[in-house]
Every structure is written in C-alpha cells, then in structure tokens.
Design a binder for this molecule. Structure first.
Ligand code: SAH
Length: 517
C-alpha cells in the first residue's frame, strides 16, 4: 500500500464511539496510510494523530439539529472528487458507518462514480454507551433481545417506519439513537403501546469519553430527569430492565479521576507518560506544553569534551533531556557509548538512570533524593569530589547549585550546554478562558521552568489576579524545588510526592481525589 494506486479508493472506517482506543486495528492501519481523511463531528479528533503528517484532514462535522457544516451531497461530492483524483481516502465516521451513519448512501454514490471502496465496522455508540455506563444490553435473566432504533422517526412523521406497537413490548432492551429532542414522544409511544411506565431508562451522553454523563429514571420520569440534568445530544437512550444492573456494574464513571480535568504542563515530548497514566485513572488531560526543547546552537564546549573524555572522572546527568541531547551529539560526532568508558556516571534520579541504561550504561550513583543538590551531597559523602573532574551536559540555563557545590568542595566542573528551553507560543487565550470558567481542576508541574512559563502564559497583571485565576485549581508539583517556585508566586501546593517520579506524582494525585470521594 505504499504507492498511491492509480485509481483512488475510499475506505469507510468506523471510528468507534469516542474512546480513541476503540477503533479497530484495521481502521488504524488504514488511517496510518491515508492521503486524505474526511471526518465527522462524532469521530474523536485524537484518532487523526494516526494519520501521516502529510495527510489532508477535512472536517465535515454534522451535529443533530445544527446546520450541517457540509451537507451530505457535499460530502458525497468530496469523496468522489478525491477518489477520482486517485487518492487513498479514509472516510472516518463516528461509531459504525452502517448504523444510522448514512454509510450506505455514501457508498451508493461511489458506486455510481465507479470508485472502489471498502467498509470497516466500528464499535457503535449503543453498545459503548451501555458498556461504559455499566449496563449489559442483554442478560440471560432480563432480556434475550435488543433493538436499535432512531429517535428522529418519532418526529411528526405521519407514518413512522417504527412499528411502536410491536417494538414497545417486542424487544427486551431498546436503544434509541438521536432521541433526546423527541424523548417525551418516544416514552409516550412506548407507554401507550403497552410498556410499563416503571421500565428503567438510562440516558448516556458523550459515552466512552471523559465528558460522559449518565442519568437514570423510568419511562415515566426520564424526560424530567434529562431536563433537570440539562442533557443535550449526543446521547443515547437505553430502555429495559437491564438498566437496573448499572448499580452493580458501573465502572467507567467510578474510576478515581473520572470527571477531573487536569492541565499537564510538561514538554509535549515528555507529557505523554503522565497523561496516559492519569487517563488510565479516568482523568481528562489538557496538555499545555510550557517548554519547547531545542538543541543548542553552539556545541563548542561539549564537542571539546567529547574529544577528550579521559579528562573526566565523572559524567553527570540531571535531566532526561540532558541524556537524550548528550547522546545525540555523541553519535553525531561519530562516537558511541564506549567513548565514556573512562568516566563514572552519576544521575539525578531513577528515570534518568533508566534513560542512560538505554545506551547500555549503568549509573554508578543515584542519590536517595532526586535533586541536583542531593547528587552533589552524595558525591561529597562518597569522597568523590576533591580533585575530581566532572562533565555536566545540561540545559543552557539551569540552576547552578550542583556545579557550585562541587567546585566549592574542590572539584572542577565543565558545564556543557546540549539543549535549551524555549517558551512555546499559542493557546494562551484558551487557557485563560478555561480557568475563568473554572473548567480546570488541577495543574501538574514537573519542573520550575514549567511553573514559570505556565504562570507567564496566563498574562496576569499581578499576583492577586494570578491567585484569582487559579483559585479553584489544585496544584501538583513533582518535587521540592518545583514546589518552592510555585510558593514563591504566592500559590499553594496541594500535591507533592515524596519521591520525584511521574509514578509517584500520579499516585499522590489519585490519593488526593480518593480522600475526597
Ligand atoms: N454511526 C453512529 C451513530 C450516528 S447517529 C454509531 O454507530 O454510533 C448519531 C447519534 O449517535 C447521536 O445523536 C447519538 O444518539 C449517538 N451517539 C454517537 N456517539 C455517541 C456518544 N459518544 N455518546 C452518546 N451517543 C452517541
């Protein structure tokens, strides 16, 4: 599939219900090779990350009741145009393309135009909504049948395609798509046609996403419940005795960080580990990279050192980036890890040690507490400083505590910049808006520079405004130095792990919210 076929092909791919993990392997495979992706409002945009950077991404969002951004005819036309142009097109549709997805209509047009196509099923939102709200849509003791219906049909149509008389008591579980607007009509039709008004009903909005909300009532009460909870589309209505099982089975909304919005402020490159851990616990993470890491422009110090490694007793790493950029330069200069044989290696913490081990090297020294100061103290107490020579590859701007302590104790330190932190641009307004609307529960900081850059991004006029903006936001800091930087700005640190690792930070965040729940 590496070469563009002469004839184009359109793949109708089910994106699944919302959780980006619910796309099929086949769907992901096709996305990874797409030249054009045409996607809907209900397809999670996170899935677009699977597409190649060169792919053209076209949003044709549709929202029930709201004017279509591109009408169905226009979508069909787009598919035909790109198909005829010989492109490999992924038409990414929410849920399953053939369940209330107008997939067949799109294909009929492709057939007319003589364009090849393929269809990849997806997890439909009905099963996802049920599963993620703790409702098994079938159960031996409750129901042996399930019906998927559209709620659009109920709307003023003289002759509905739905046989309400048969459906009301004919299907054990009934799942209604696009039914929120017509909920009063739907419940009335079911009751009028013989379904008990006491039948349990659940309504699930934005199923399988961090914004999921579910409410439960009966056929008689659910309209009021939905109104009171202000549930708007997209939502599904699940009718049937199986709804009772939610009490026991509900799992998704019970995860400890469910419903929590967390701003994660590491570099984009580094935030993914923390983000995936927090998401595992149910949090919604908003990534606000506050640092952009770039190589330095002047390598003279590190290059001179690399050519003369025998001049050093110790090679010290105080950050993951230092390891990455140091080895990048080492390899660029035609060396490999053997060039470091004359030196012992000291690292600030376990994560950095793990990074070093990727290059086949074992750290000789890891202090008990993961700070530069503690690394210096550990070296001093091991009597490894007096008369020793240290190479310290690091950021262009960094704290001087470690080199100063070593120099003061009779060591000689070569500080060799290998990378620099540059504040990233953009997304300031979005961040301020979210804070003003109190939409962020927690912000995490993994370094002092992240604190400084994040707070600067807020453009607060003074400390008072800063405190006001962050008044309902908890603050998590990875270690004491970062925490101190937060406090210096007049803010309170709510969460700080004893060990300065992403794992421990995650655990503390979970523990903090578990106390509340
Ligand atoms: N092809 C899609 C359905 C498209 S019709 C599928 O298989 O799921 C659009 C309707 O689907 C919405 O009005 C809503 O009722 C339902 N829907 C889609 N995604 C949803 C979600 N994440 N949560 C709740 N309902 C959803």
């Amino acid at each position: 599939m590496n070469d563009t076929p002469q004839k184009g092909k359109v793949y109708l791919v089910g994106a699944g219900p919302g959780d980006p993990g619910l796309i099929t392997l086949r769907g992901k495979f096709l996305l990874e090779r797409a030249e054009v992706v045409i996607y809907d409002h209900l397809a999670n945009v996170k899935l677009l990350a699977h597409a190649p950077a060169s792919a053209e991404l076209i949003y044709v969002g549709k929202k029930g009741g709201v004017k279509h951004i591109i009408p169905q005819d226009g979508i069909n036309q787009l598919l035909i145009e790109y198909g005829l142009a010989g492109k490999r097109v992924v038409r990414l549709k929410g849920g399953d393309p053939f369940i209330f997805g107008r997939g067949a209509e799109e294909i009929e047009e492709l057939v007319k135009a003589g364009i090849d196509f393929e269809v990849v099923p997806g997890v439909t939102s009905a099963t996802a909504a049920a599963t993620y709200s703790g409702i098994p849509i079938t159960h031996r003791d409750y129901t042996a049948s399930v019906a998927f219906i559209t709620g659009h049909e109920a709307d003023g149509k003289e002759e509905s395609n739905i046989a309400w008389d048969k459906l009301a008591t004919g299907a054990g579980t009934i799942v209604v798509y696009m039914g929120i607007k017509n909920l009063p009509i739907i419940t009335k039709k079911l009751i009028d046609n013989g379904r008990s008004p006491d039948t349990p009903v659940a309504v699930v909005r934005w199923a399988s996403t961090p914004q999921q909300r579910s409410v439960v009532g009966t056929l008689a009460t659910i309209t009021e419940v939905v109104k009171a909870a202000k549930i708007a589309p997209p939502a599904l209505i699940i009718v049937g005795e199986v709804v009772k099982l939610r009490k026991t089975i509900d799992w998704y909304e019970h995860r400890p960080l469910f419903g929590k919005r967390i701003a994660v402020t590491r570099t984009r490159e580094q935030s993914s580990e923390l983000v995936s851990k927090l998401e595992e616990y149910g949090a919604e993470c908003l990534e606000y990279p506050t640092i952009h890491i770039e190589p330095v422009t002047d390598y003279s110090v590190i290059d001179a050192a690399l050519n003369n490694m025998t001049a050093y007793d110790w090679l010290l790493f105080t950050s993951l980036n230092a390891v990455t950029y140091f080895f990048k330069r080492l390899h660029e200069k035609g060396f490999d890890s053997r060039a470091l044989a004359p030196c012992k290696i000291g690292v600030v913490g376990k994560t950095t040690a793990d990074e070093v081990s990727k290059y086949g090297l074992r750290a000789d020294l890891i202090p008990e507490q993961f700070t530069g100061e503690c690394l210096a103290k550990a070296l001093i107490s091991a009597d490894e400083v007096q008369g020793k020579r240290f190479l310290l590859p690091r950021a262009l701007k960094a704290m001087e505590t470690l080199p100063e302590m070593l120099e003061d104790t009779g060591g000689s330190v070569t500080v060799a910049p290998v990378y620099q932190n540059v504040p990233p641009q953009g997304r300031k307004e979005e961040l301020r808006k979210q804070l003003l609307a109190q939409e962020i529960d927690l912000v995490t900081f993994a370094s002092s520079s992240a604190v400084t850059n994040f707070l600067n991004m807020l453009d607060a006029q003074d400390e008072a405004e800063l405190q006001q903006l962050l008044k309902s936001v908890k603050i998590a800091a990875i270690g004491p130095v970062t925490a101190e930087t937060v406090r210096k700005r007049g803010l309170k640190v709510d969460i700080q792990p004893e060990r300065y690792t992403i794992n421990d930070l995650t655990k503390e965040i979970v523990a903090c919210y578990c106390q509340e729940c």
